[in-house]
Design a protein around this ligand. Structure first.
Ligand SMILES: [Zn+2]
Length: 249
């Protein structure tokens, strides 16, 4: 199956007319099961230190990301926002938080987040930096990051490749792959299953074909959907926490 997005009930920076903080609006309040677990574990650790995890953003649909990018280009929004296809927000794997509410240093927060596989996108814990509020839960797509970082794929920067992989995995489109979304999705799965096939580019070559056969998936070029299904099932077996509704303690 595709990586599911599940609803999450979490407090946000958005206030009602009486000035009380409201849950994150439902169009944004969706994430993958592993991100869901990580968010509540971080919130719990943080509350023990007197801080609060208050979100300002989580999931963005293709259209929401396009709008956010447009607002950045037009100068309406200062924080950088990439075009659709390059953000973990589009995969339900990134959140933005209220830095004033954490009540601990950003460095201490990084250490908490790291315990649960959640990482910042800036180099040093400096709250004055743009995107200091942004965190990613990359899950198995970290394998794609590493793969590109090691030069095994070259058509994207590592971060963008990993984000594209994460977006494909929930069944959303990535424009860079044009009409070859299923092929690119198959390639993302194969790489997360540990194979080397060159770039994720939507073009199935002999390396992809060999890797599929190694994985026990019979190659049927006229049945891409069936092949995708099979590799998605292998991914699900290997990374089950990304597919199962978490139990929160
Ligand atoms: Zn963000």
């Amino acid at each position: 199956m595709k990586t599911p997005l599940i609803p999450i009930d979490i407090i946000s920076i958005y206030k009602n007319s009486s000035g009380y903080l409201q849950p994150l609006p439902s169009r944004m309040a969706k994430c993958t099961p592993d991100t869901y677990s990580a968010i509540f574990k971080i919130a719990s650790d943080l509350s023990k230190k007197g801080g609060k995890l208050i979100l300002s953003d989580l999931f963005r649909s293709y259209d929401m990301q396009a709008q956010s990018h447009y607002d950045y280009i037009s100068g309406k929004k200062k924080a950088y926002s990439p075009a659709p296809g390059g953000s973990f927000h589009e995969a339900g794997r990134a959140f933005d938080l209220d830095l004033n509410a954490i009540k601990i240093s950003l460095a201490d927060f990084w250490n908490i987040a790291k315990k649960y596989g959640v990482y910042p996108i800036i180099d040093e814990p400096d709250t004055s930096k743009s995107e200091a509020w942004h965190f990613d839960c990359r899950g198995s797509h970290q394998i794609v990051f590493q793969y590109y970082d090691e030069g095994k794929g070259t058509n994207f920067k590592p971060y963008k490749a990993a984000a594209a992989s994460a977006i494909l995995s929930i069944g959303e489109k990535v424009d860079a792959f044009g009409g070859n979304q299923i092929q690119a999705n198959i390639q993302s799965c194969i790489i997360r299953l540990g194979k080397e096939i060159g770039n994720i580019d939507g073009h199935i070559g002999y390396r992809t074909q060999n890797a599929l056969e190694d994985l026990g998936v019979s190659f049927e070029i006229n049945n891409l959907g069936k092949m995708l299904n099979q590799v998605e099932n292998l991914v699900q077996q290997k990374f089950s926490s990304e597919f199962i509704m978490p139990s929160v303690s």
